[in-house]
Design a protein around this ligand. Structure first.
Ligand code: APR
Length: 257
């Protein structure tokens, strides 16, 4: 039984490497699972943030009416936790694909900036970023420094209104540019590598569906089975992102040398 499982995984990794290695460009769609090996908790499932916190802290209406409660949790979960955390082998493997001549567009639902820290250049932040804060009234943008976050809830220097992280809350729309650029990348790719997402959040989960609808091969890496795996992926590799991507990169390197 275990032998069959391992054999199947090796075969799927080899197939994925063969497809990715033959491409000039690749679109990647990432979720919280790719950052799990950096010690960042995922949202759903075992050990996920929503087992400990009520997701309403990220609901825009709740945030506006309870800024201190929301900000206290947000600071702990998305700022204190990220302090000192670094991209992992999976993020670096994607950068390496680019170095090997495979032009890579990364659409990420993550707000941790790890893809850019690992050196990826073409990154679309579908859900925004923790890096900046935006004024809920005058829309002035500032960098999220420790000083600004030392007094919660943070206020705009200009109009003294509430500052909000520049990432997408429940009840808010996706930034227009990120949305159109993601759809464009999904529509025109030959293959999409889907990594570490439960696929439960709309409209993000439409991106791989759009790619598939336009004929792309969907290769998925996830440490667990989920909606994409059972319904949409052509190749599904059930393992940790870092481990799998390192093997894929090594196989492509061998093939190209
Ligand atoms: N390697 C690969 N996959 C992993 C790993 C790992 N090391 N660890 C966990 N996973 C998988 C889980 O099996 C799960 O399917 O990552 C997925 C994480 O799912 P979610 O926590 O739902 O994260 P995500 O899909 O990114 O959530 C989407 O929900 O609350 C919002 O805005 C938030 O962007 C987020 C969105």
């Amino acid at each position: 039984m275990i032998f069959m499982y391992v054999w199947r995984m090796i075969t799927e990794i080899a197939k994925a490497a063969q497809i990715i290695g033959s491409l000039k460009s690749l679109t990647v769609f990432t979720g919280a699972g790719i950052s799990a090996e950096s010690g960042i908790p995922v949202f759903r499932g075992e050990g996920g943030l929503w087992q400990q916190y009520n997701p309403e802290i990220l609901d825009i209406n709740y945030f506006l009416s309870h800024p201190l409660v929301s900000w206290t949790a947000i600071k702990k979960l998305f700022y204190d936790f990220l302090k000192g955390a670094k991209p992992n082998a999976a993020h670096f493997a994607l950068t390496e694909l680019e170095t090997m001549g495979i032009s890579t567009t990364i659409i990420t639902q993550n707000i941790d900036n790890f893809h850019q820290m690992a050196g990826s250049r073409n990154v679309i932040e579908f859900h925004g970023t923790t890096k900046n804060l935006i004024c809920t009234k005058c829309h002035r943008m500032v960098v999220a420094t420790e000083t600004i976050l030392s007094d919660l809830p943070p206020q705009c220097e200009q109009c003294h209104s509430l500052l909000k992280p520049d990432f997408v809350f429940f009840g808010e729309g996706i930034p227009h540019q990120a949305y159109t650029a993601s759809l464009e990348a999904a529509t025109h790719c030959d293959a999409m590598l889907v990594i570490g997402t439960s696929g439960e959040i709309m409209p993000a989960s439409l991106i791989p569906i759009e790619a598939k609808r336009n004929g792309a091969i969907i290769i998925e890496i996830n440490s667990d089975k989920n909606v994409f795996a059972t319904e949409k992926s052509d190749i599904f590799i059930c393992a940790k992102a870092g481990e799998v991507l390192l093997q894929i990169v090594e196989l492509i390197k061998t093939e190209k040398s």
